[in-house]
Design a protein around this ligand. Structure first.
Ligand SMILES: Cc1ncc(COP(=O)(O)O)c(C=O)c1O
Length: 394
């Protein structure tokens, strides 16, 4: 009957995360692939949401979010970055970072606009931009080297990719998958870049509270010249071990936020009321987010220590709950093939970094790197490490 159903995204199937998680179930493998914790959100938060339901916070919330949640977001962001957003006009609570991203792309880009993505890039950006009618332009980072085990942003390359059609640059730091964070010199480079052209910045900061080794998360909104053109996006899913709750937020100058809200209003309208009330209450407790980095640093270090007994070489992870491992000792080949054989033969799921590039099968996208997620109970990490000791040199 429907022999003609033209697809808007004909080349898009299910994501690598779904594929690997399904394989994990089938092979009874330990899932260090998809980025979700296997421990619960904090008990006081669950109680706060529960109490909110019982206290009657069960009907539609205001379109932009509950005022009390927007207030705690405003004071959190002010404390972090010194940027003062108006709760009335510049903050919107969204259905996860995903919705904030989609609403921003739909609101701020137009057919013919080019949007720069820094590869490796989170898999949502490109299809979401194409749905908005924009053209994603992918600019690779410098891949890790023997003497520098980290991806590096190549600002010259980003500058060269800018044309008269470039509308926006998408940033994602702390970076998924590499764990790279922004440094003051990156913000300097960004300031120079935007001083020459009317570029919008979209800064996906869902891992903002997971930064290691005593460092502080740096956001472009810490600099007024960048903040005036930036959409800051974050998610409570990563911060509260509650990825299934799908609550996030975005902050932007009023003129930009007005446009984002037009999309938010007709796609989602408003976000789960008891969750918002519970999170608002919980976020008022002291030290809620400041303990998160230490919690994850211990897990990162546990994984790194255990990997010493394997042929997999860990790269630097400055933030997020991901660690990249270099698999060169296993010989050449597509990262995806390696991830599949580790799942089938050893029972440990990872994500090939090539999945974060436009063409995962191209040699330019394959640097023999796999991403491991350490947002797992210590016992799960230890069990995975035991299995990974079975990885043999080629
Ligand atoms: C970089 C990045 N952005 C956005 C998201 C989506 O966040 P949410 O689950 O809040 O929609 C993720 C989730 O993994 C992510 O890694």
């Amino acid at each position: 009957m429907l022999n003609q159903l033209p697809s808007k995204l004909p080349d898009v199937g299910s994501t690598i995360f779904t594929e690997m998680s399904a394989l994990a179930l089938k092979c009874k493998a330990i899932n260090l692939g998809q980025g979700f914790p296997n421990y619960p959100p904090p008990e006081p938060l669950i109680q706060a949401v529960n109490a909110a339901m019982r206290q009657g916070h069960n009907q539609y919330a205001p379109m932009a979010g509950l005022p009390q949640l927007r207030e705690v977001i405003a004071s959190k962001v002010l404390g972090q970055h010194g940027q003062d957003y108006s709760t009335e006009t510049e903050i919107t609570v969204t259905s996860g970072a995903t919705e904030a991203l989609m609403s921003s792309f739909l609101a701020l880009t137009h057919p013919g606009d080019e949007v720069l993505l820094i590869d490796p890039a989170y898999d949502l950006y490109s299809p979401a931009l194409r749905l908005a009618g924009a053209t994603p332009v992918r600019v690779p980072m410098c891949p890790p080297k023997e003497d520098d085990p980290s991806f590096r942003i190549d600002w010259n390359r980003i500058e060269s990719a800018i044309t008269t059609r470039t509308r926006m640059l998408v940033l994602n730091f702390p970076h998924n998958p590499s764990g790279l964070t922004l440094k003051p010199e990156d913000l300097d480079a960004l300031e120079t870049l935007v001083s020459k052209r009317p570029l919008l910045l979209l800064s996906d900061e869902v891992y903002e509270h997971i930064v290691f080794d005593g460092k502080k998360h740096l956001s472009p909104v810490a600099r007024p010249t960048l903040a005036e053109r930036t959409v800051l996006i974050s998610s409570f899913g990563k911060t509260f071990h509650a990825t299934g709750w799908k609550i996030g937020y975005c902050c932007a100058p009023a003129q930009i936020m007005t446009e984002i809200r037009k999309i938010h209003q007709f796609t989602v309208f408003s976000v789960s009321t008891p969750m918002q009330a519970g999170i608002a209450r919980y976020l008022r407790e002291p030290n809620i987010v400041s303990e998160l980095s230490d919690f994850y640093q211990r897990k990162r270090d546990r994984l790194i220590a255990g990997l010493k007994n394997t042929v997999l070489r860990p790269l630097t992870s400055e933030g997020t709950f991901f660690l990249l491992v270099d698999t060169q000792a296993l010989g050449a080949g597509l990262e995806k093939e390696l991830a599949l054989s580790l799942t089938r033969e050893l029972g440990v799921v990872s994500i090939p970094v090539s999945a974060f590039y436009a063409d995962p099968d191209s040699p330019a996208s394959n640097h023999q790197l796999l991403r491991l997620c350490f947002a797992k109970r210590d016992a799960t990490l230890d069990q995975a490490l035991e299995r990974l000791q079975g990885v043999k040199n080629c």
